[in-house]
Design a protein around this ligand. Structure first.
Ligand code: B1H
Length: 835
């Protein structure tokens, strides 16, 4: 576009009014009122709390946009290497409170909004979550964006603007029921629609072979149908920096708004059909965590997202007229799991078909650009797509996949001549009827680095799914980057009491940008005064949670009880059923106790929360069992002082922000070797809770940091799991006696007609997830927890020491790891001259 500058007469006014708005109380109030009256068309007699939230959000958005503009200006002038984080999920949650804190405007807004007659805390609660993700993988992407912005890295997030986020969960008769999450009903003040940033995306069609002017045989993808991708920008402000980066979310629009020819022929349905089909692409998030479902629409989403994103990246790259060979020095693309893997094939296609590079030149660029994060080794979660599906939707891509697989296998054959089973194992194509494309193989072959998300998981990646690939490429390509969480949202925002206490002791808030400084809090672990303040904050957080629980379930909780929480997606590998079986065991035991014995019991509140994939029958049955047991336990006057059981419906980021700071104990009890990392485990300990967990995922590294006295480990180790499964299968092993007791209790009908639970109890016959093996060790670990909780001061010391040991688990550390070892990018602070 031609360089434009304001005419001399307008320059002064331009400069003045494009400056970042000042943050004094009166200016904020004026901005609030301007947005209320002009943006929302409200008047003072027509304001409610939601409108006040909207007006506040719009005025905060102005600050975000100022910083966003400055950051973009700075980056286009300095033109550094950028990282592009491609993810089909961003589980952001709410924005208002987080933005206020990151911009350091919370106190200003508190006063300004208070002066107008609203309370900022009330307004914050009006916001609906942006829930464009399933669980840990999507939330990790959101934490990474916060860290990238905070550390001044030149980064973009790319994703899909789903109109429906993860479904809303309600309980009906104790069963999960799903409702659509149409989060955009009342608009979204945090996004900026960019109708000027749009790209065509092609589907289907055919491949044409031709000879170009230089006599080269080439291919081009033609015909088919096109849809349009439109950009929606979501500004992400860093903490205490001018830097504000962007998540660009694509929405699909029809290429032709309306088919007038069909309409005039009286074919009304057909005239809107195409429009609807196009809009459908970005309509809904697939609600499966750790499970692959091979639906065409999902594949369409993936390619739509990949195509639009690459066109945008390439357009930016081309602005500075560098040769293609410099692409990998300017661009690093991170694939968040295999979901965006088609991007590898798409870049190869663009380079050879459209840009005229040779295959080898193109492949060299591709493989120096991409890196891939693996998030799971569970077989049912590994993506594979039927070849006929890809051939139909993306015919040229299917050709390229076969071709790159051929070249790859030829290289394997050269290194391991005649090893046909190795070729079969390593092929991108799984043979059969139909054939399948193994996306993880494609991602590994097309990337310069592959990483797992915790030490153990990264070892499993190297020894299981990519063992052959390690032998072929060498082990340097396979690295670990342990996950982290942002301390801004997960401590400063969710637990202001604790954040303030830490800042007081450390003399400022610098620790929020360098979490390793938390270490210095260990010095206060024995200080009784500090212990009391620390536990008093926990107590107040428990009261806040109890109020929330009262509100949504009607059950009254005592904040003096031990709050024991397991909140995460429902999955057999995460073993929520082991937890509820444990609760049943506890309840039966309480029922058999004398009054004198009961008086020695540590009162306990067990809290579950989490969504089950709508098609995951067993997971839904676990929810039904939890709610059925809760109905009985909570109504039993004999035990009610000692045990309460809660299922909090519709677990999401906002609920997590209440739940996590209020826990004394949280459970992370996956069968060893199944949970790649887990990230809520980090959040719980950071907030002064302890972990009861298996030797799995990031639990292990948390244990190394906090010390063995400050974490409750139990259960079979990863190395033992295979042998135990084998043994159970072939040697008629009797089920654990206490677990048998629990099953009897369920089958007695005490929690309602037990027939409905038979399919769940049936899974214990083959017991793939080792509940029987781990049950007694689990109960013993629980006894250690109860004993430890009785000594208040010793418990406080554990919690303080553990929380102060969490420096490693900041997502800032994860991002610095990626930046230095994988992306090779450096920070580019947005300096004053751009503001
Ligand atoms: C994780 C997923 C996942 N691993 C497929 N894999 C999906 C797989 O829609 N799909 O098809 C969606 C999600 N999610 C989680 O990633 C791991 O289970 C956690 O252990 C880990 O902490 C998290 C972040 O790395």
């Amino acid at each position: 576009s031609p360089a434009w500058a304001p005419p001399a007469a307008a320059e002064q006014i331009w400069n003045e009014f494009s400056k970042e708005e000042s943050t004094d109380e009166a200016t904020i109030q004026k901005s609030f009122i301007r947005h209320a009256t002009k943006t929302l068309a409200r008047s003072s007699y027509n304001m409610d709390q939601f409108a006040a939230y909207q007006a506040t959000a719009h005025s905060v958005r102005d600050h975000l946009i100022d910083r966003w503009n400055a950051t973009q200006h700075c980056h286009s002038v300095k033109d550094p290497k950028r990282v592009y984080y491609m993810s089909l999920e961003f589980l952001i949650g709410r924005t208002l409170d987080n933005a206020l804190l990151n911009l350091n405007l919370k106190d200003h807004y508190k006063r300004a909004i208070g002066g107008i007659g609203f309370t900022i805390e009330d307004l914050v609660d009006e916001e609906v979550d942006a829930a464009l993700g399933n669980g840990g993988l999507g939330r990790l992407a959101a934490c990474f964006m916060d860290s990238l912005a905070t550390l001044d890295y030149p980064a973009w997030g790319y994703g899909i603007r789903y109109e429906y986020g993860i479904f809303q969960q309600k309980l009906v008769d104790g069963y999960q029921t799903e409702y659509p999450d149409y989060w955009l009903t009342f608009g979204n003040p945090w996004e900026i629609q960019r109708l000027d940033v749009s790209y065509d995306v092609r589907f289907r069609g055919y491949v044409e072979k031709y000879v170009d002017v230089s006599g080269q045989t080439r291919y081009r993808w033609e015909g088919g149908e096109k849809v349009v991708a439109v950009a929606n920008d979501y500004p992400i402000p860093g903490f205490q920096t001018k830097n504000c980066i962007n998540i660009r979310l694509w929405s699909s629009k029809p290429k032709k708004e309306f088919d007038f020819a069909s309409f005039n022929e009286g074919n009304y349905d057909k005239s809107v059909e195409e429009q609807k089909a196009a809009e459908n692409i970005t309509s809904v998030l697939y609600p499966n965590d750790n499970h692959m479902v091979g639906k065409v629409l999902r594949l369409k989403q993936q390619y739509f997202f990949v195509s639009a994103t690459l066109q945008d990246i390439i357009r930016r790259f081309k602005k500075t007229s560098r040769p293609w060979s410099e692409f990998p020095q300017q661009v690093s693309i991170q694939l968040n799991d295999t979901h965006p893997t088609l991007s590898i094939v798409e870049l190869q296609r663009i380079l050879i078909d459209e840009e005229g590079l040779t295959w080898d030149e193109a492949w060299d660029i591709v493989t120096h650009t991409y890196s891939y994060t693996n998030h799971t080794v569970l077989p049912e979660a590994l993506e594979k797509w039927a070849v006929p599906l890809i051939s139909d939707l993306l015919p040229r891509h299917m050709m390229i996949i076969f071709e790159l697989n051929l070249y790859f296998l030829q290289r394997v054959e050269k290194l391991f001549p005649g090893d046909r089973d190795r070729l079969r194992r390593m092929s991108v194509i799984e043979e059969g009827h139909p054939q399948y494309v193994r996306m993880a193989h494609l991602a590994a072959i097309g990337s310069h680095h592959v990483n797992g998300v915790a030490e153990l998981h990264s070892e499993l990646v190297k020894t299981t799914i990519f063992a052959d690939f390690v032998e072929f490429f060498g082990k340097e390509k396979f690295v670990n980057v342990t996950n982290g969480v942002t301390p801004r949202r997960w401590l400063h925002q969710a637990n202001p009491g604790l954040s303030t206490l830490i800042s007081e002791k450390l003399g400022g808030t610098a620790w929020l940008k360098d979490l390793s400084q938390l270490d210095k809090i260990k010095a206060f672990a024995d200080d009784v005064g500090f212990q009391n303040r620390f536990m008093d904050i926990k107590y107040k957080n428990k009261i806040r949670l109890a109020e929330y629980v009262k509100d949504v379930t009607g059950v009254t909780l005592s904040p003096d009880a031990l709050f024991d929480v397991q909140c995460k997606r429902l999955h057999e590998y995460k073993r929520q059923h082991m937890n509820i079986f444990g609760v049943i065991h506890r309840y039966e035991k309480l029922k058999s106790m004398s009054k004198a014995e009961l008086e020695k019991v540590v009162p306990r509140v067990v809290i579950f929360a989490g969504k089950a994939a709508p098609g995951y029958y067993t997971a839904k049955l676990i929810i039904k069992l939890i709610t059925s047991v809760a109905n009985v336990v909570n109504a039993d006057p004999q035990t009610s002082e000692y045990l309460k059981l809660i299922f909090i419906p519709n677990y999401n980021v906002s609920v997590a922000e209440i739940l996590i700071p209020a826990s004394d104990l949280s459970q992370h009890i996956s069968t060893a070797g199944t949970e790649a990392s887990g990230t809520s485990n980090m959040k719980f300990v950071l907030n002064g809770g302890l972990i009861l967990g298996t030797v799995d995922g990031a639990n292990i590294e948390i244990g190394e940091e906090v010390g063995k006295d400050n974490i409750f480990f139990f259960g079979a180790l990863t190395a033992e799991v295979e042998d135990i499964r084998h043994h159970q299968m072939y040697h008629n092993v009797a089920m654990d006696a206490k677990l048998q007791g629990v099953i009897k209790s369920i089958q007695s009908g005490r929690y309602g007609d037990s027939v409905i639970f038979e399919p769940l109890l049936g899974t214990l016959r083959s017991d793939y997830y080792l509940l029987s093996k781990d049950f007694t060790p689990y109960l013993e670990a629980m006894e250690r927890v109860d004993a430890a909780f009785k000594n208040k001061s010793a418990w406080a010391k554990k919690c303080i020491t553990a929380a102060a040991s969490m420096g490693k688990f900041s997502s800032d550390r994860s991002i610095q790891d990626y930046a230095k070892r994988i992306w090779k990018i450096t920070p580019v602070p947005t300096t004053e001259e751009f503001a």
